[in-house]
Design a protein around this ligand. Structure first.
Ligand code: NOJ
Length: 765
C-alpha cells in the first residue's frame, strides 16, 4: 500500500507500563518489517486466537460490553465496530492489553460516510459539487474527527455506481457516472488515509461494496445483480480500482450476488480480480451477516458450508457473524479448510493492524486519558464553517424562472413545508455520530440570514407523508418522523393563510431521511402526495413560489418543475445545511452544483442515464417515427440531465479547439474551450469533457465523461479551459474482455452539462 513507505510513529509506551513485557514498537512501517513481524506473531498464535482475529464484532444489544470483555479475554475478537467514544474504545483496548494472552490490539471501525461529528452533505450531494478540493476537505475533517474519537477504520467511501433512483443507497454514493465516482472515491481515500492511517488524525478506508451493489435489479435493496462482463469492467469496477490504487487498506465485500454468485462466495472477484489482477494487499471484510446469507442465497447448504465457502473465496474478516468462531475450528482441524488459507486471512488482519500503527502504540488514536474531551459532542469539536461552505457548493439550481432567486432580504417571506424545520432529516442517511440537535434547519438558517431585515413566517403545511404504512416504516425503530395531530386540511389551511400574508413563498419538501437509506427502496420516486397537495395549494395563491428540495435520490419532479418558479436541489445538506441553503436563496452564495445523476420524468423510464449505448432505431422528436426507441406515453430522456445545474449568472462556451486533428498512441491531445461569464454576477461553473467512439468493434456509449474542471469567473471574465486526452481515455473492454483503444474517429464534447455541448473530432491512429 502506498503509505507503507513512511516511517514509524513515536511510541507512547512510557505512558503504558503494562506493556513493557509486550513486543511493541517502534517498528518501521515498511512492508518488509511488517511481514517479518506478522510472520513471527502468527507463529505464536493458537488456532482459536487466529480465528478470533477474523471476527469483527458490533457492540449492541446482541453483544453488550460485558460479553465483549469475555470474548476479548478469550482472544475471540479481532476488531470492533459501532463504538465511537474514546472512553469506550480505551476500555476495550485496555482489556485486550490486560487480559488477553498475546495482546494483539483491536482496531475500531465505524460508518463515517459524510462526516463523524460534523455532518457534511450526503455523498450524492458531495458529488454534485464536482469540487475535488471540497471533497478532500470533507475527507480530511471526517478522518480527523473519527480518529480523534479513537477510530482506526471507516466503512467508506461507497463507490457503487448506480443508475437506480429507486435504490435508497444512491444517497451514499457519488451517482451514475464511473469517472466522477472514481475521482470522488479516490479523493476520499487519499484525504482520509492521509500519509498513513497510523497517523494521529487519519483513518484507514474500506471501500465498498465490492462489487456492483449499485446495480441491484429494479433498485430493490439486497437484490441480485446480473450484467455483462463488459459493463462490469467498463462502468462498475473502475471506481473500486481507483480507490484501491489510491491506497485503500480495506474492501467491504458486498451482500449482493453478481451473475449468480454472492460476493462473499466469489473467489473470482475476491482472488482473481482483486488480489491477482489488481494486486490488492489489504483486508477484505464481509458486509453485515453476509456469510450467513450464503445459505439463503442458495450457495451454501448449512452454516459450516457457508464458512468454508467464504473463507476459501477470500473473505478475511467476518462482520457480525458468529459462524467463523463456531465452525472454523473444526473445519481447520479436519483439514477441510487448510491452515494456509486460514493463515492467509489472519495475516491480512494483522497486516492492517500493523499498518494502522497499532503494534507501535495500541492507543495511538486515543492519546492519554486526560486528553479525552469532557463532552464528546462539544460545539468546539465541530467544523461548522467547512460544513457550510461544502454544503453551499453541493446545491443544484434546477429552475429559476425570471430571476425569482435570489430572494431579497426585505418584505415578508413565508417558509412552509414539513422539511423546513426538521433537524433530523437535514442530516441525511448514515449521519454517523453527528447529532441532529446540532443541525441548523432551513428555518433557523433563514432567520440567521435575514437578521431582522425581513419578516419570516413559518407553517409546516403537511406531514412528510400521510401514508400510514410509510409512516410506520419510517418509525419502525424510533420516532423518526412526527405526524401532526391536526388534519391534513387544517395544516393546508394554515399554510395557505400564511402564504397569503407573504410576498414570496419558500416551500421545503422532499423525503424524510429514512426514505433514502439502506433498506429504503421506493417504487415511486415522486414527492409524497401530502406534500404535492401542499405545493398545489400554494401555487393556487399566485405568490412567487420557490421550492427547496431535500432528498437523497433523483426524484421525478414534473409537477414541481411545472408549478415552482424556482427549484433548488439541496439534498440532505448536513449540520450547517440551513445556513448553506439560506446563503444560496439570498444570493450570498451563487449556486454552481451540477447533477451527478439524471433526474427522470417518471419512474417508468428508469434506468435513465446519460452514457447509454446507441440504438439501431434512435428516436428523433422532430421526426417522430413509431418504430423507434421511445415510450409513447412520455418524452424520451430525463427531466434534468446528468451534469446539469444553473447559476445566478450565465456562461457561454466557445467552440472546441483541438491541439491536433490526429492523435497517436503515446500522444496527449489538448481540447480547449473559452468559458465566459456573460451575466451580471461572479460565479463558478463546471466545464465537462465527454468523448465518444462512434464506430468501434462493439457499440460504445453516446458519450462518456472523461474530465471536468470547476472554474470561477468574475462577471464579464473569460478563461480558457483545457483538457488533456490520452489513450487511457479511449480504451474500453472489447468482446474478448481485452482493454483496447481502437483506431478511428473520436468525438469530443465540451459543455456545462451532458446535453448542451460544443463538438469537435480527431482521428486516433
Ligand atoms: C451494512 C451496510 O451494507 C454497510 O454499508 C455498512 O458499512 C455496515 N452495515 C456496517 O454498518
Amino acid at each position: 500500500m502506498k503509505w507503507m513507505c513512511s516511517l514509524s510513529l513515536a511510541v507512547s509506551l512510557a505512558l503504558q507500563p503494562a506493556l513493557a513485557e509486550v513486543r511493541f514498537g517502534p517498528h518501521p512501517l515498511t512492508p518488509e518489517a511488517r511481514d517479518a513481524y506478522v510472520t513471527d506473531l502468527l507463529g505464536q498464535m493458537t488456532l482459536d486466537e487466529k480465528i478470533g482475529q477474523l471476527r469483527l464484532i458490533s457492540v449492541g444489544p446482541d453483544n453488550p460490553k460485558e460479553a465483549i470483555r469475555d470474548m476479548i479475554q478469550k482472544g475471540q475478537v479481532g476488531a470492533i465496530f459501532n463504538t465511537v467514544t474514546r472512553p469506550d474504545i480505551r476500555a476495550m483496548q485496555d482489556q485486550v492489553m490486560a487480559l488477553s494472552r498475546l495482546k494483539i490490539p483491536l482496531f475500531f471501525a465505524f460508518d463515517v460516510v459524510h462526516g463523524q461529528r460534523t455532518i457534511f452533505p450526503i455523498p450524492l450531494g458531495l458529488a454534485a459539487s464536482w469540487d475535488v478540493d471540497a471533497v478532500k476537505q470533507v475527507g480530511q475533517i471526517s478522518a480527523r474527527e473519527a480518529a480523534d474519537d479513537g477510530l482506526n477504520m471507516t466503512w467508506a467511501p461507497m463507490v457503487d455506481v448506480s443508475r437506480e433512483p429507486r435504490w435508497g443507497r444512491v444517497s451514499e454514493g457519488f451517482g451514475e457516472d464511473t469517472w466522477l465516482t472514481s475521482v470522488m472515491g479516490r479523493t476520499m481515500v487519499e484525504a482520509m488515509q492521509g500519509k498513513s492511517p497510523a497517523d494521529r488524525y487519519a483513518v484507514m478506508t474500506s471501500v465498498k461494496h465490492f462489487a456492483a451493489y449499485g446495480a441491484v435489479e429494479g433498485g430493490k435493496e439486497y437484490n441480485s445483480v446480473d450484467m455483462s462482463p463488459q459493463r462490469l469492467f467498463q462502468d462498475y469496477l473502475p471506481p473500486y480500482k481507483a480507490a484501491l490504487d489510491a491506497g485503500s487498506g480495506g474492501v467491504m465485500v458486498a451482500l449482493n450476488a453478481l451473475n449468480g454468485v454472492p460476493a462473499a462466495a466469489d473467489s473470482w472477484l475476491l482472488k482473481e480480480v482483486l488480489r491477482k489482477d489488481w494486486k490488492f494487499t489489504g483486508i477484505t471484510i464481509s458486509d453485515h451477516g453476509a456469510i450467513k446469507e450464503l445459505i439463503k442465497h442458495g450457495v451454501a447448504k448449512d452454516p459450516r458450508d457457508a464458512v468454508r465457502i467464504a473463507l476459501q473465496s477470500g473473505v478475511n474478516m467476518s462482520m457480525s457473524d458468529e459462524y467463523y468462531s463456531q465452525y472454523l475450528p473444526d473445519l481447520v482441524k479436519r483439514g477441510v479448510v487448510s491452515q494456509a488459507d486460514l493463515d492467509d486471512a489472519v495475516r491480512h488482519v494483522l497486516n492492517v493492524k500493523y499498518e494502522m500503527g497499532l503494534f507501535n502504540d495500541p492507543w495511538n488514536h486515543l492519546g492519554a486519558q486526560e486528553s479525552d474531551p469532557a463532552d464528546t459532542n462539544a460545539e468546539s469539536r465541530l467544523h461548522r464553517e467547512a460544513a457550510r461552505d461544502v454544503a453551499r457548493k453541493s446545491m443544484v439550481l434546477l429552475k429559476n424562472h425570471q430571476g425569482t432567486l435570489p430572494l431579497q432580504k426585505h418584505g415578508t417571506i413565508a417558509l412552509i413545508g414539513p422539511l423546513a424545520d426538521s433537524q433530523r432529516d437535514i442530516m441525511g442517511s448514515w449521519s454517523a455520530a453527528g447529532r441532529a440537535d446540532q443541525a441548523v434547519t432551513l428555518l433557523q438558517g433563514m432567520k440567521n440570514a435575514i437578521a431582522g431585515k425581513a419578516t419570516l413566517l413559518y407553517a409546516k403545511g403537511a406531514n412528510v407523508t400521510d401514508h400510514k404504512g410509510i409512516q410506520d416504516f419510517l418509525n419502525l425503530y424510533e420516532q423518526a418522523v412526527s405526524v401532526d395531530a391536526r388534519t391534513p386540511q387544517q395544516m393546508l389551511d394554515e399554510a395557505v393563510a400564511t402564504a397569503q400574508k407573504a410576498d414570496v413563498v419558500v416551500l421545503a419538501i422532499g423525503e424524510a431521511q429514512g426514505m433514502a437509506h439502506e433498506a429504503s427502496s421506493r417504487s415511486d420516486i415522486t414527492v409524497p402526495a401530502s406534500q404535492q397537495a401542499l405545493l398545489k395549494a400554494l401555487k393556487a395563491t399566485g405568490k412567487p413560489l420557490v421550492v427547496v428540495l431535500m432528498n437523497g435520490r433523483p426524484l421525478a419532479l414534473v409537477q414541481e418543475d411545472r408549478q415552482a418558479d424556482a427549484l433548488l436541489e439541496s439534498w440532505f445538506s448536513g449540520t450547517e445545511g440551513g445556513n448553506a441553503i439560506a446563503d444560496v436563496l439570498f444570493g450570498d452564495y451563487n449556486p454552481s452544483g451540477k447533477l451527478p445523476m439524471s433526474f427522470p420524468r417518471e419512474v417508468g423510464q428508469v434506468p435513465v442515464y446519460y452514457n447509454h449505448l446507441p440504438t439501431g432505431r434512435p428516436y428523433n422528436p422532430e421526426k417522430p417515427n413509431k418504430y423507434t426507441s421511445h415510450y409513447f406515453d412520455t418524452a424520451n430522456g430525463p427531466l434534468y440531465p446528468f451534469g446539469y445545474g444553473l447559476s445566478y449568472t450565465t456562461f457561454s462556451v466557445s467552440p472546441v479547439i483541438l491541439s491536433s486533428p490526429t492523435m497517436s498512441r503515446g500522444d496527449t491531445l489538448r481540447a480547449s474551450v473559452t468559458v465566459t461569464n456573460t451575466g451580471e454576477r461572479d460565479g463558478a461553473t463546471v466545464v465537462q469533457l465527454y468523448l465518444q467512439d462512434p464506430v468501434a468493434s462493439l457499440s460504445r456509449p453516446v458519450r462518456e465523461l472523461k474530465g471536468f474542471q470547476r472554474v470561477m469567473l468574475k462577471k464579464g471574465e473569460a478563461k480558457t479551459v483545457s483538457f488533456p486526452i490520452d489513450v487511457s481515455a479511449l480504451t474500453f473492454w472489447n468482446a474478448r474482455l481485452q482493454q483496447v483503444a481502437e483506431p478511428g474517429e473520436f468525438n469530443v464534447f465540451i459543455g456545462l452539462d451532458s446535453v448542451r455541448t460544443q463538438q469537435a473530432s480527431f482521428s486516433f491512429r
